[in-house]
Design a protein around this ligand. Structure first.
Ligand SMILES: Cc1cc2nc3c(=O)[nH]c(=O)nc-3n(C[C@H](O)[C@H](O)[C@H](O)COP(=O)(O)OP(=O)(O)OC[C@H]3O[C@@H](n4cnc5c(N)ncnc54)[C@H](O)[C@@H]3O)c2cc1C
Length: 378
């Protein structure tokens, strides 16, 4: 007889780990099946204030890189908007944390049973679902559950609505000559957005570039790389120096829903978004939180039943569609006519940024949605 759970989670990324802890807090019999990931490459994540507070309620996290101000501007074109934590009565709009640091903290001393391995197959039945998984030696075992939650980052081959941006996000860190004062910069450039995020005493760089250019910047020597970056970043914080190791990742937009009984998708498995507004993980954590809240105290409910799954999908639909849609629009329109030299789209965007700056209620409305999701009440 196989071990039996209410929920089996496939995937030990931050979303799967957070869900396992949230369900455990609510007394739901949960099993996590997670691969032993060893990449450890630096990947800065801007977590909203709400997401960071949620993670801090699960595990101790050091809030050493607060974002107190977000400044949005264009390279070589007019217009600027500044959002400040103080406008929301907060110390920080969010915090920057390395993805591996976050995942390691969430995995530490995990209480629900956790197996190191990969989910290889699942077999939905009338009253439960059998989940097969293989340990690193290839030995296959099975567990039974009411519900299988795929939090595998979309790495499993599933049909999805997919759009390839033909861009890569180049990630590294650099040292600014002057302090950053907790100011995060989002700079729209002709190639794509460039984010400079306060990270310790350095800036974490998330630089979106067409794939060929990203490859060139990955291979460029330090002076060439720094000169190109400095040209876009300007001299706001003095000379940028000491770049850390660089890596790049292709950018896709994906959206999918499970077509199978007793299977739910959350986090990047359900939707993968462009990093322009730093929304992917924030959205995935809201997926996990809503699922845990809806499962709480449902001892007599079949969590894998169509009624439970449909209610969950309905609840998440608005936030998901609006966040995926707005992120996509932002990723595309900010490139049109961008770059040095006045253009009509650049001037229009500049006017929009200036208008936003002149209208605090509109700015606060936008910032709240970035922090709390599309459903946030004004
Ligand atoms: C450059 C860049 C910058 C970003 N910046 C931000 C940001 O500032 N703010 C933000 O909110 N988001 C950001 N994101 C998005 C964020 O990184 C993702 O949304 C988040 O990591 C998704 O977490 P996840 O747990 O859903 O998936 P993943 O992190 O992909 O984790 C999935 C896990 O499942 C495992 N797995 C896969 N298949 C199986 C299987 N069959 N069985 C068991 N395990 C399996 C994988 O090995 C992995 O460990 C950024 C993304 C990029 C690319």
């Amino acid at each position: 007889m196989n071990p039996r759970y209410s929920v089996v989670i496939a995937g030990g990324g931050p979303v799967g780990l957070a869900l396992a802890r949230l369900l455990e807090q609510r007394g739901c019999r949960t099993c996590l099946i997670a691969r032993a990931d060893t990449t450890g490459a630096f990947r800065p994540i801007a977590l909203s204030h709400a997401s960071f507070t949620l993670c801090q309620s699960l595990v101790p996290l050091v809030a050493d890189s607060p974002i107190r101000t977000v400044e949005v501007s264009q390279h070589g074109q007019p217009g600027r908007t500044t959002m400040q934590a103080s406008e929301h009565g907060l110390d920080a709009l969010g915090y920057v944390i390395d993805l591996t640091t976050l995942s390691t903290a969430l995995a530490h001393d995990m209480q629900p049973p956790a197996h190191i391995g990969s989910v290889t197959a699942w077999h939905p039945q009338a009253s439960d679902i059998r989940v097969d998984w293989a340990d690193p030696s290839g030995q296959v075992s099975s567990v039974d559950a009411q519900l299988l939650v795929l939090a595998d980052g979309g790495h499993g081959m599933r049909a999805a609505r997919e759009y390839d941006y033909h861009q890569q996000a180049l990630v590294c860190s650099v040292k600014p000559e002057r302090g950053h004062d907790g100011i995060a910069h989002e700079i729209f450039t002709a190639d794509g957005p460039l984010a400079l995020l306060p990270c310790g005493d350095r800036y974490a760089v998330v630089w979106t570039l067409p794939s060929a250019q990203a490859a060139r910047m990955l291979g460029a020597d330090e002076p060439t790389f720094l000169a190109a970056l400095q040209n876009l970043a300007g001299d706001r914080h003095g000379r940028l120096s000491e770049p850390g190791p660089r890596q790049a990742q292709p950018l896709l937009r994906r959206q999918t829903r499970s077509q199978e009984a007793r299977v739910l998708l959350i986090g990047n498995a359900a939707q993968t978004v462009h990093p322009v507004a730093g929304q992917g993980l924030n959205l995935g954590l809201r997926d996990a939180l809503v699922l845990a809240l809806q499962a709480a105290g449902q001892a007599h409910t079949d969590l894998g039943g169509a009624e439970f799954i449909n209610r969950y999908e309905r609840t998440r639909s608005f936030d998901r569609h609006v966040t995926v849609g707005l992120t996509d629009v932002l990723a595309r329109v900010t490139r049109i006519g961008a770059g040095p030299g006045m253009t009509l789209p650049g001037l229009t965007r500049g006017l929009a940024l200036t208008a936003l700056q002149a209208c605090p209620p509109a700015r606060r409305f936008l910032a709240r949605r970035m922090m709390l999701g599309a459903r946030a009440l004004p």
